[in-house]
Design a protein around this ligand. Structure first.
Ligand code: NAP
Length: 321
């Protein structure tokens, strides 16, 4: 091992050589594994934690066809179990570096792997506000998942920070379970879809526009949030029990950057309709490739990426399997 904890090229044995390595075991990665393996490709899924991705934090999924109502954890356990029929999922195996060459070489904390193709299904994580108190109070009043944690704030004062679809959906969810909600948004207009804006109005949810969070008051639990109105400059501390942060997602695209993949300004990997990236034999699917953050879309992307990978590896004018 090197001092950074990454397996060294020279000394570490190759733990596996595959046609394709799938990085990430969320819906996109699991779907890619099923399709790649069923197409006859030697493949493995490397997952830094446990299978499931962000879906496992959703208490209930109601829009995945075939499952009218299913807890996120249950859906992903079922999907992982299905995938394991075809493909090995190595859990706790974080890919720390990747290098292109005659073959791709991936370094993890336990060794290195080689492969002819890679499918990146690394997902995204919640964007942080980056204000004092946020980190320290996470889990003590600061949350990034209204559907996971909202229940604890029934009857209490909370704010939702953000102006996109997630923020407004979260605010409506929190109101429906009995929280006293105010929406804080940094601009004068919401980014969210019109129907959500209308619903927020109909539910008379108070909104504070042109307002930014400057600090979350620290204590044993959150007691307030310091806000600044950017048009008037007025700063005030609003007493609240909970702060739900819904300011978007940050794609997990560090490996994509190492491979020199084309990305949009937000860091989402650019893919074509077949989920091919700008680098041959590298494919991307799920949240890391942008688009609608929906399970059904990730599952589609994973399958399409695997089939594109199969086509490319079998193409005698491209590269032989
Ligand atoms: P988003 O659309 O990127 O919106 C993020 C919001 O947070 C924006 O209003 C943005 O403000 C604000 N923001 C960003 N950084 C901030 C910061 N540092 N401080 C304060 N505010 C900040 O993200 P999202 O709402 O999570 O949605 C992501 C994707 O999921 C979208 O494609 C969305 O349609 C989809 N989605 C769909 C549904 C649905 O259909 N029901 C539900 C949830 C999500 P500005 O507007 O000023 O940039």
């Amino acid at each position: 091992m090197t001092s950074e904890g990454i397996a060294s090229d020279q000394t570490e044995a190759v733990l596996g050589d595959y046609d394709v390595i799938i990085i990430g075991a969320g819906p996109a990665g699991l779907s890619a594994g099923i399709y790649a393996s069923r197409a006859g490709l030697e493949c493995v899924i490397l997952e830094k934690g446990v299978p499931g991705g962000q879906v496992i934090t959703s208490p209930m999924i109601e829009n995945y066809p075939g499952f009218a109502e299913v807890p996120g954890m249950k859906l992903m356990e079922t999907m992982a179990e299905h995938a394991r029929r075809y493909v090995d999922i190595k859990e706790g195996e974080e890919v720390l570096r990747v290098r292109a060459g005659e073959k791709f070489e991936l370094g993890t904390s336990s060794g290195r792997y080689t492969c002819k193709a890679i499918i990146l299904a690394t997902g995204s994580s919640h964007r942080k506000l980056g204000v004092p108190g946020e980190e320290g109070m996470t889990g003590k009043g600061v949350s990034y998942c209204a559907t996971c944690d909202g229940f604890f704030y029934k009857g209490k004062e909370v704010v939702v920070v953000g102006g996109g679809n997630t923020a407004l959906t979260d605010a409506l969810y929190l109101v429906s379970i009995g929280c006293k909600v105010t929406i804080i948004h940094r601009r004068a207009e919401f980014r969210a879809d019109q129907h959500l804006q209308l619903s927020v109005k109909q539910h008379k949810i108070p909104v504070m526009m042109d307002t930014v969070a400057e600090e979350i008051v620290e204590g044993e639990e959150v007691t307030g949030i310091k806000l600044r109105n950017i048009s008037t400059g007025v700063v005030k501390t609003m007493p609240v029990n909970g702060v739900f942060v819904a300011v978007g997602e940050v794609p997990s695209s560090q490996l994509a950057a190492e491979l020199g993949l084309e990305m949009d300004p937000g860091g989402f990997i650019t893919v074509d309709r077949s989920f091919r990236t700008s680098v041959p034999f590298v494919y991307a699917a799920g949240d890391v490739s942008g688009g609608i953050r929906q399970i059904v879309a990730a599952v589609h992307g994973g399958a399409a990426a695997a089939l594109s990978c199969f086509e490319d590896l079998m193409n005698p004018y491209y590269r032989k399997i």
